[in-house]
Design a protein around this ligand. Structure first.
Ligand code: SF4
Ligand code: FES
Length: 369
């Protein structure tokens, strides 16, 4: 058993805002979205970037919501670059044009990760809930590539777009992306709410996996293809976040410091606030971070399992969402005594999916949380 001494986090996910022109029903943001009035100020983020650099963080991912909704984004990028951090912008692209991109490039932005909902405007804009979004995204991709900045495209996969993976890969290649993520929906936040409308069948998953393997064989090293599967169909869980409180730290728009994007679903433990403690203190000592770090917290069967330092018992937020206990073995694991919960969910997927519940302020089932 071991609880490793916490090395500094490798990556900081800076969720600058939950505001976003899109409304994707698989968004990983929490159901209780932070409003503009709750957002950290520019000076708060500058201080966070300083602290992150001093701790030895290597990368900062500016995310949201839509981080380009923050007018101070170029200033934050410039500051991060000056502090030696690798900077990645995770964006929907709908606010990225020649005028808004220039200050980011001049600030030294290293990389753009651009999300697409689909290859064709019709289904893409039905999922994103914004008319005209697809053309803006295509233009955003062209601007980034023309600048010479590395571009990753991200496609979130679900039952309604899974058969278009070959065309998604072709679009990424045609646009000049260096990397593409074919990422099946992960069932947290709004994705969990919409699970019955989004989850592919086993046959669809197998077809998707084959399409990715075929494209990898065809394209070789000319474009990297990352493939993320829906772990409900796996035998072993993913090592979520590379282990709780071991590699990643998230900061929410309102300043809560979290081990992952879904940690706000936990109850009974205070959420550390970057305005009342330093990042280093929180990382090392906050009960939220210590709670599931390493292996000492593990129940059986994880405690005696040979994989415990590979997958770290899976995902705490998934165990909480599906079993009501964040300290349980992730039920995705076939060794979990509750794996039948996953089987039951997959067995009961409806033939006719329900309508989407779109991600927007005030639209969460049961109120804001
Ligand atoms: Fe991972 Fe626990 Fe399953 Fe072992 S029993 S594979 S450690 S989730
Ligand atoms: Fe929170 Fe996996 S999403 S631990």
């Amino acid at each position: 058993m071991s609880t490793p001494a916490p090395l500094p986090p490798m990556s900081l996910l800076a969720e600058l805002t939950h505001r976003c022109p899109l409304q994707c029903p698989y968004c990983s943001n929490p159901l209780a979205l932070d409003g503009r009035e709750a957002e950290l100020a520019t000076a708060d983020w500058i201080g966070i970037l300083d602290q992150a650099a001093e701790m030895g963080v290597l990368q900062v991912h500016f995310s949201g919501g839509e981080p380009m909704a923050r007018p101070d984004l170029p200033e934050l990028v410039r500051h991060a670059v000056a502090r030696g951090l690798y900077t990645n912008l995770i964006t929907s692209g709908v606010l990225l044009n020649a005028a808004t991109f220039r200050p980011l490039a001049e600030a030294g932005l290293d990389h753009v990760q651009l999300s697409f909902q689909d290859v064709d405007a019709g289904p893409a804009e039905q999922v994103g809930g914004m008319k005209g979004a697809q053309e803006k995204k295509l233009e955003a991709a062209r601007i980034v590539v023309a600048d010479g900045m590395p571009l990753t495209l991200n496609f979130v996969i679900h039952r309604d777009n899974v058969e278009r993976i070959p065309r998604m890969l072709e679009l990424a290649r045609a646009l000049g992306a260096r990397r593409v993520e074919i990422a099946h929906t992960q069932y947290y936040g709004w994705g969990l709410v919409n699970r019955a409308a989004l989850m592919p069948s086993r046959a669809q998953l197998d077809e998707a996996t084959q399409a990715v393997e075929d494209a990898r064989a065809r394209l070789g090293s000319s474009m990297t293809i990352d493939y993320v599967t829906p772990d409900y169909y796996a035998d072993r869980p993913k090592p979520c976040m590379g282990g709780w409180g071991q590699r990643f730290v998230n900061i929410s728009p309102a300043g809560r410091v979290l081990p992952c994007h879904a940690a706000e679903t936990l109850t009974g433990v205070p959420f550390p606030d970057i305005r009342t403690a330093t990042l280093a203190e929180i990382w090392q000592n906050a009960p939220l971070f210590r709670q599931f770090r390493g292996t000492d917290w593990m129940p059986e069967p994880c405690r005696g399992c040979e994989f415990r330092e590979q997958d770290w018992g899976g995902c705490r937020c998934q165990a909480l969402a599906l079993l009501g206990d964040a300290g349980a073995t992730d039920p995705v694991c076939t060794r979990s005594p509750h794996h039948d919960r996953i089987t039951a969910i997959l067995d009961s997927l409806p033939a006719d999916p329900p309508p989407f519940i779109y991600r927007r302020f005030g639209n969460a089932p049961g109120g804001e949380r």
